[in-house]
Design a protein around this ligand. Structure first.
Ligand SMILES: [Cu+2]
Length: 145
């Protein structure tokens, strides 16, 4: 019986990490009014933490796979964490600087199913050109993986 328990415990310990492999990525608000990682690729259930290394910025979600339940906006200069449980592409920006191109993409679970909707988001001309660049990065990463 004891051997059986030890065997079960060993098995659980071996298997368990595969089911709790959620990771954390940290993205900083940087000096040049941008995010330190512009295109983040994470798994379903992973967490992104935004860190206010530079003042005057936040995180405002503009689009995601479920438009009706986007993560709420963060407050300016506040550390902010979001757990991403829905696969797809998320677009976010800084409320004061999104129009100047302070944008970021999060790709969850290697899933680009809603990328066409992200492309249709209305932005300023500057922000739109930044978004096009980020989408190119997202698509090229996707092809090479
Ligand atoms: Cu900003």
């Amino acid at each position: 019986m004891r051997i059986l328990i030890i065997a079960i415990v060993a098995l659980v310990l071996q298997v368990y990490p595969k089911y709790c492999s959620a990771e954390n990525i940290e993205i900083e608000f940087s000096e040049d009014d941008s995010y330190s990682i512009e295109v983040a690729r994470i798994g379903v259930g992973d967490t992104i933490k935004w860190i206010p290394k530079n003042q005057g910025h936040n995180v405002e979600f503009l689009a995601g796979p479920k438009m009706s339940s986007l993560p709420k906006n963060s407050k300016i200069d506040q550390t902010y964490s979001v757990i991403f449980n829905d696969p797809g592409v998320y677009l976010y920006g800084c409320s004061p600087h999104a129009n100047m191109g302070m944008l970021g993409l999060v790709i969850v679970g290697n899933d680009l199913h809603n990328l066409e909707n992200i492309k249709k988001i209305k932005l300023s001309p500057v922000a739109n050109s930044v978004l096009k660049r980020l989408i190119r990065i997202a698509e090229s990463h996707f092809k090479s993986s």
